[in-house]
Design a protein around this ligand. Structure first.
Ligand SMILES: Cc1ncc(COP(=O)(O)O)c(C=O)c1O
Length: 384
């Protein structure tokens, strides 16, 4: 008789995965059956809940954070001839939107430890043309908000926070989005909460919120009698009610999700010991929303490349992400004169960063498995 060999079942651990509960799925089905699936009561409900979440500020939803960032720049009347400071290590959207409104993104190096915008370096990049600072709260760790807003005030600059990673993050106990200038969130499926695709902007000024209404929907304005006029060349960024319904269900669980993310991140700090050592992210205080856990590989001490490391992890059933290559080295930004050597920390991070799995449905044993895999792969690759 043929002997059957039982292979152990090893489940694949992706680097991220959204958690959508059954109540949300049922609510989405109700929206689909309702006859009203585009912007409607669910968008209103999500905007109201988000506003409450950020302490009552004006909030408008979008089809993406990219759209929200672009409109934020328009609200600040930033355009041709203006400069906007952006980190040299971030997702492409942060700088692309500056180009899309006709302004120039000016890169600033990040700090190696926090991966965040270096505020001192930002100050030295300010020129007469600088109109705004656009920091990213990388992986959910807030930038130094005291230093940032002090600088913006002293130099009379707008701040557009790219808070794509930072829903639920806090600075000194105050939620990101509950204070400051214009704050843009992302609800892409890999973020801490999702609307499938989507984003939002939180802002302090009611007049600017009304301008957002106009700019996010065709430049359309209605008078008291309901007559329509077009007053600007607006875009079309309105969220659907189906997406917003997902968001309402997600926002209800945000605190639970972020607390689980934190527990898992702490497990990484406890268990991720490799030889040679990886450079771990900073621990962060309670205000870190742990959108990602992204250590740096000790590439000078191992004889494999990052791609080989990622493949070795994949062979063990573990997905690894890459957030982010240095932005100034992509073709679009090289064409503008940026080159290797300009922003050494962004380049070091961009060359050696790996994003390890972190999402609320992960088990502690999954983190342990990831840590063991990293330790084995690096030990085998260690330069002797
Ligand atoms: C830092 C940062 N900014 C902006 C974005 C754009 O977000 P969205 O996909 O919602 O447009 C992302 C998305 O990954 C991001 O990570």
């Amino acid at each position: 008789m043929k002997k059957t060999i039982k292979k152990p079942i090893v489940t694949f651990i992706p680097f991220t995965r959204p958690t959508i509960d059954e109540a949300t799925i049922r609510a989405v089905a109700d929206v689909l059956r309702s006859g009203w699936i585009t912007t409607g009561p669910n968008v209103k409900a999500l905007e109201k809940s988000l506003s409450e979440y950020v302490g009552g500020r004006e909030v408008r939803t979008f089809t993406s954070a990219t759209g929200a960032l672009e409109v934020a720049l328009q609200v600040c009347n930033i355009g041709p001839g203006d400069e906007v400071l952006v980190p040299a290590m971030t997702f492409a959207a942060t700088a692309n939107v500056v180009l899309r409104v006709g302004a120039k993104p000016v890169f600033v190096d990040v700090e190696l430890a926090t991966r965040n915008f270096d505020i001192a370096k930002a100050e030295s990049a300010i020129t007469k043309r600088t109109k705004a600072i656009m920091p990213v709260h990388f992986a959910g760790l807030p930038v130094n908000m005291d230093a940032l807003y002090k600088l913006a005030k002293r130099k009379n600059l707008r701040v557009i926070e790219d808070a794509a990673h930072a829903i639920g993050s806090a600075w000194k106990g105050k939620r990101i989005g509950s204070f400051g200038d214009l704050v843009c969130f992302s609800f892409h499926p890999n973020k801490n909460i999702t609307t499938i695709e989507g984003g939002a902007i939180a802002l302090a000024n009611a007049d600017e919120a009304r301008r957002v209404d106009v700019l996010r929907f065709h430049g359309q304005q209605r008078d008291a009698a309901g007559n329509i006029d077009y007053v600007e060349a607006g875009g079309k960024y309105n969220l659907t009610d189906v997406a917003a319904c997902v968001g309402v269900g997600q926002l209800r669980q945000l605190e639970k999700f972020n607390s689980r993310r934190r527990t898992l991140a702490m497990r990484y700090f406890e268990k991720l010991h490799t030889t040679p050592a990886m450079l771990l992210p900073v621990h962060g205080d309670a205000g870190h929303s742990w959108h990602m856990f992204a250590p740096l590989l000790p590439l000078d001490k191992i004889n494999i490349t990052r791609d080989e490391f990622i493949r070795a992890m994949a062979a063990r059933g573990i997905g690894v992400g890459l957030h982010y290559p240095a932005l100034h080295l992509f073709t679009l930004y090289r064409r503008m004169g940026n080159k290797r050597g300009d922003f050494p920390h962004a380049e070091q991070i961009g060359d050696s960063t790996v994003t390890l799995p972190l999402f609320p449905a992960m088990r502690m044993s999954d983190v342990d498995r990831v840590c063991r895999a990293c330790a084995e792969i690096l030990a085998a690759a260690r330069k002797r």
